[in-house]
Design a binder for this molecule. Structure first.
Ligand SMILES: Nc1ncnc2c1ncn2[C@@H]1O[C@H](COP(=O)(O)OP(=O)(O)O)[C@@H](O)[C@H]1O
Ligand SMILES: [Mg+2]
Length: 368
C-alpha cells in the first residue's frame, strides 16, 4: 500500500499497475514497479533505503548520482570498442526533481532504472559465473577509478579498517560479561587464540596505506555475488548494483570481500565446519576475470597486497562476528543463541584455509 503510494511520487509516465517486492537483498526493501501508458510500459526498481544502516541517505544519493553519471559518460565514450553492452542503473528523480522521497514515517525511498532481462544469483553457479563476478568488479572499479575520492562522501566511516574492529573487540573482552562469554566454550577460546595469533599482522593494509604504498580509491563496498547482474540472454555480467556502499577505500577491500564471499561453497551460515574451505578453482576464475580489467589500473604495490587482502577480509569478518558475540550480539541480528559465534568460526576457518593454500593462491595471483 505504502509502496504504491510512494511509487507515484517518481517522474514516470503512465499509470501505476503494480509495485511488488523483488530481489533477495537483506539491507533495503526492493520493489519492482510497473507503470503503463496506452502504448507502452515502464518498469523500474524502487527501494526503501535502510536508514538504520545508512543514517544519511542524502549523502548516499549524492554518491550514487556522482558515480552513475560518471560511469554512464565513460560507457558512452567507450561504447564502440566495448566487448558487450555494459549497464548501470540511473537515478529516477521525483516529480519535484529530488533524488529521493520521504514517507510520513521517516522512510526514505528512491527509484532507479531497471536492469531488464538480467538476474543476480545467491551463489556461484559455475566457473564461468565466477569469472563474470571478477570481470564485472574489475570493470566497475576501472570505470570509477578516475573519480577523485574527495568527491565522494565517506558513508561508512571505519568500514574495513581492521585495527579499529580489533580495538572494539578489545573493549568488549575487557568487560566482565565479555570475559564470561570469552571463556564460555572451547570454541570461543579457540576463536580468541586464532585472533590473538594474527593481532600484529592484521594492520597490514592500513600500514601500507599509511606508508603511501596503497592509495584510497573509489570502491564498491559490497561486491557480493547477489549484486552482480547476469544477462539472461548471454549469461555474461552486465553490471554491479547496490551502490549504497560506494565510498573512498582500498580496492583490496572489494577484491578480498568478493573472494571471501564467493569461494566458500558452504556459505556463511553453515554449522558443518568441516565443509568450509577456500575453493582455489573458483578463486582462479574470479582473479582471471578481475585482472582482465585490473591490469590496467593496479600498480605493482596494489598487486603485491592482493593475497593479504583475501586473507584479511575473511579474518576481519570473523573478528567482527566474534566481537559481536562477545559484546552480547548488539550489531548482527541473531535467530538463535550462539549464531554469531558460529558465523565467526566459519570465517576464521575460511581464513585458516586461505593460509593453508597460500602458495597456490599466490601462484594464481602471479601467473594470471
Ligand atoms: N536496477 C536494478 N535492476 C534489476 N534488479 C535490481 C536492480 N537493483 C537491485 N536489483 C535486485 O534487487 C536485489 C536487492 O537490491 P540491492 O540494491 O542489492 O539491495 P540490498 O542492499 O538490500 O542488497 C539485488 O540483488 C538485485 O537482484
Ligand atoms: Mg545487495
Amino acid at each position: 500500500m505504502k509502496a504504491a503510494l510512494m511509487a507515484k511520487q517518481f517522474d514516470v509516465k503512465g499509470r501505476l499497475v503494480t509495485a511488488e517486492a523483488t530481489g533477495s537483498g537483506n539491507v533495503n526493501d526492493t520493489y519492482l514497479v510497473v507503470f503503463r501508458t496506452t502504448f507502452s510500459e515502464e518498469r523500474f526498481i524502487m527501494q526503501r533505503i535502510n536508514t538504520r544502516v545508512f543514517p544519511n541517505p542524502a549523502a548516499i544519493m549524492e554518491n550514487m548520482k556522482r558515480v552513475t553519471e560518471h560511469v554512464h559518460r565513460r560507457l558512452e565514450a567507450e561504447a564502440d570498442t566495448a566487448d558487450r553492452i555494459w549497464q548501470l542503473p540511473r537515478v529516477i528523480p521525483t516529480k519535484t526533481g529530488a533524488d529521493y522521497a520521504m514517507d510520513g514515517d521517516g522512510g526514505c525511498w528512491r527509484a532507479i532504472s531497471l536492469i531488464a532481462s538480467a538476474h543476480s544469483y545467491d551463489s556461484i553457479q559455475s566457473p564461468e559465473h565466477a569469472y563474470e563476478a571478477g570481470y564485472v568488479l574489475g570493470q566497475f572499479q576501472r570505470l570509477i577509478s578516475d573519480i577523485p575520492t574527495e568527491q565522494l562522501h565517506d558513508t561508512l566511516p571505519g568500514f574495513h579498517i581492521t585495527p579499529d574492529y580489533l580495538a572494539k573487540f578489545d573493549q568488549a573482552i575487557a568487560t566482565p560479561e565479555g570475559k564470561a562469554r570469552l571463556g564460555s566454550s572451547s570454541e570461543a577460546r579457540r576463536c580468541h587464540r586464532f585472533i590473538e595469533g594474527r593481532r600484529k599482522w592484521c594492520s597490514v593494509l592500513e600500514d601500507a596505506k599509511a606508508h603511501g604504498e596503497l592509495q584510497l580509491r573509489p570502491i564498491h563496498g559490497d561486491p557480493k555475488i547477489t549484486n552482480v547482474m547476469i544477462d539472461d540472454a548471454t549469461g555474461k555480467g552486465t553490471c554491479i548494483v547496490d551502490l549504497d556502499t560506494v565510498k573512498p577505500g582500498l580496492v583490496h577491500y572489494d577484491f578480498g570481500d568478493c573472494l571471501r564471499s564467493c569461494c566458500n561453497p558452504a556459505g556463511e551460515e553453515t554449522t558443518d565446519l568441516s565443509k568450509v574451505y577456500f575453493d582455489t578453482d573458483l578463486c582462479h576464475m574470479i582473479v582471471k576475470g578481475y585482472l582482465a580489467f585490473g591490469k590496467s589500473f593496479l600498480s605493482d604495490a596494489d598487486r603485491h597486497y592482493l593475497y593479504d587482502a583475501i586473507r584479511l577480509i575473511a579474518f576481519e569478518l570473523g573478528l567482527r562476528f566474534f566481537a559481536d558475540f562477545v559484546a552480547g550480539d548488539q550489531y548482527f541480528k541473531i535467530r538463535h543463541e550462539g549464531q554469531n559465534l558460529n558465523r565467526a568460526r566459519v570465517q576464521l576457518k575460511l581464513c585458516e584455509s586461505i593460509e593453508a593454500r597460500e602458495p597456490a593462491i599466490r601462484k594464481i595471483l602471479e601467473t594470471v
